[in-house]
Design a protein around this ligand. Structure first.
Ligand SMILES: [Ca+2]
Ligand SMILES: [Ca+2]
Ligand SMILES: [Ca+2]
Length: 505
């Protein structure tokens, strides 16, 4: 919306000397069809249609019109970001002359505009693209379907357990950071945390491609423990801005999130208590709404943002906005276990991560135990579980590995651990005792694949026992193992994996 050089230097002839009749799509009735992808155009000579732009009543001018027939019922991003002028953008539906405005935007990517709309397949949407204050020139409109990603994928993970001068990225993406200023390793919520001194210290991540790629549909979270209630902004995780992509911070009011174009999303779900570890998280959905979580609980504030994070700069910071700024917003206190996900974590997934500090979504849960006898592959069979120990999430998948190929087997479960060598003539060890249940219901008996593995999603509301199914209750511990067929030197036999103990809550 600011005045630009282009608008002040534009030749007069282009502004006023061209008859509007030469602009084919100057009015709604003669709108030009556009499709998904990039379409270049210009608004040179366009006149201002009526009624006025809803978001720029006076300065939305020199508009041209397009139609977009939605190929699917979905969400679409419509943006003019690569235009050479200061744009204004409105999307409408309904017949020309009696239209309803769906969305309107002035500045999202610099002074250019972007909106998202929810579509119904086959419906036609009108795109009205103008110049702020009559700005005219070469433009482009780009349409992209926004497909939410499921499941979330870890894009960056800073456990801050490092004792040296680095902050390693545990996501596997290799986006390691470096310490600047005075950062002291102190006891954290999970292993070590990093204490930032509020005036000099920050972590700089020079290159983070997996994080830079996130424009919407992402989740960011961290553990924080401040020395005092913040009096201003204290950045937790941030791109270098202004013109940066997005950031996540604390203030005296609670949590805030900011996208490029400086849209501030705020929430007051709970103010941090000095000297106490708090878990704070933001989830930005495919419409750029932000949901805030404080100590594992959704704040209830969901703010319609519709301002996508764009134009990511390469450098990211933990514990400061940008130390080169006059207001670097240094963090004062401890930060631990910063996690950034591509995709939206659910409320139960965030609650699970809050309840299990230091774990990441999709990481193994439970603890293995017992001694395993090597099977016919020469290796000992292994058991693992993925998902969440949160009962309300009901999201646990048991898996086995290192078993013979194409061998049938099933999982067994008991509240009690035990140890019986060669039970019933088996070659292996039974690591359970007491009331042992078997997963042998419809679809539950498994056969290993060509890699010697199988897996089973289990229902925490119906855990098998000799006397029927029982639900897991908060605090309950169950032990799992898998039994499988095998062939030994003396012919057919059976064996077991090791055991896995999981406490549910
Ligand atoms: Ca017009
Ligand atoms: Ca604009
Ligand atoms: Ca840590």
């Amino acid at each position: 919306m600011r005045l630009t050089l282009a608008s002040t230097l534009l030749p007069l002839a282009l502004v006023a000397g061209t008859a509007s009749a030469q602009v084919v799509n100057d009015e709604c009735a003669t709108a030009t069809p556009v499709m998904v992808g990039m379409t270049t155009y210009d608004n040179i000579g366009a006149t201002t249609s009526s009624p006025a732009f809803t978001c720029e009543l006076v300065q939305g001018q020199a508009d041209v019109w397009f139609t977009f027939a939605a190929p699917t019922t979905s969400t679409y991003l419509i943006e003019l970001c690569d235009s050479s002028i200061d744009t204004v953008l409105e999307v409408l539906e309904g017949p020309c002359g009696s239209q309803t405005v769906i969305n309107c935007n002035d500045d999202t990517c610099g002074v250019a505009s972007a909106v998202s709309i929810e579509t119904i397949m086959g419906n036609t949407y009108y795109i009205r693209a103008g110049g702020w204050g009559g700005d005219q020139g070469a433009c482009s409109v780009r349409i992209e379907e926004i497909v939410p990603l499921t499941p979330p994928v870890l894009a960056g993970h800073y456990a801050l357990d490092d004792t040296g001068m680095t902050a390693a990225d545990f996501s596997g993406n290799g986006q390691n950071g470096d310490h600047f200023g005075t950062i002291v390793g102190e006891p954290g919520i999970a292993g070590t945390s990093a204490r930032f001194d509020g005036s000099t210290s920050y972590v700089e991540i020079v290159s983070a491609p997996a994080i830079e790629a996130l424009r919407y549909d992402f989740t960011a979270m961290a553990w924080v423990n401040v020395d005092q209630i913040p009096t201003g902004g204290m950045r937790i995780f941030s791109n270098e801005g202004p013109g940066g992509s997005w950031s996540f911070s604390l203030s005296q009011f609670g949590i805030s999130a900011t996208t490029h174009a400086v849209l501030d999303y705020g929430a007051n779900p709970g103010v941090v208590t000095p000297g106490t570890w708090h878990h704070v998280a933001i989830v930005m959905n495919e419409l750029a709404d932000v949901t805030f979580y404080f100590d594992g609980v959704q704040s209830g504030n969901q703010v319609l943002g519709n301002e996508f994070a764009r134009n990511a700069r390469s450098t990211w910071f933990i514990g400061a906005w940008n130390p080169a700024f006059s207001i670097p917003q240094f963090f004062n206190g401890r930060i631990d276990d910063v996690q950034i996900y591509e995709g939206q974590l659910s409320a139960s997934e965030i609650a699970s991560l809050y309840a299990n500090p230091g774990t990441t979504l999709g990481s193994d849960i439970g603890t293995t135990y017992c001694t395993v006898v090597p099977n016919s592959t020469g290796a000992g069979g292994g058991i693992s579980a993925a998902g969440s120990p949160l009962i309300t999430a009901n999201d646990v998948t048991l898996s086995v590995n290192s078993l013979p190929t194409f061998a049938f087997g099933f999982f067994i479960v008991s509240p009690n651990q035990g140890f019986v060598q060669n039970p019933g003539g088996s070659a292996g060890n039974l690591c359970l005792s007491g009331q042992i249940g078997r997963y042998v219901g419809p679809g539950q008996i498994q056969q290993t694949n060509g890699a010697g593995a199988f897996s089973l999603g289990i229902d925490l509301t119906a855990i098998p026992s000799p006397s029927g199914f029982v639900p897991a209750a908060s605090g309950d511990t169950f032990n799992f193992q898998a039994w499988h067929r095998d062939t030994g030197p003396a012919g057919p036999t059976s064996n077991f994996t090791n055991g896995l103990e999981i406490t549910f809550f």
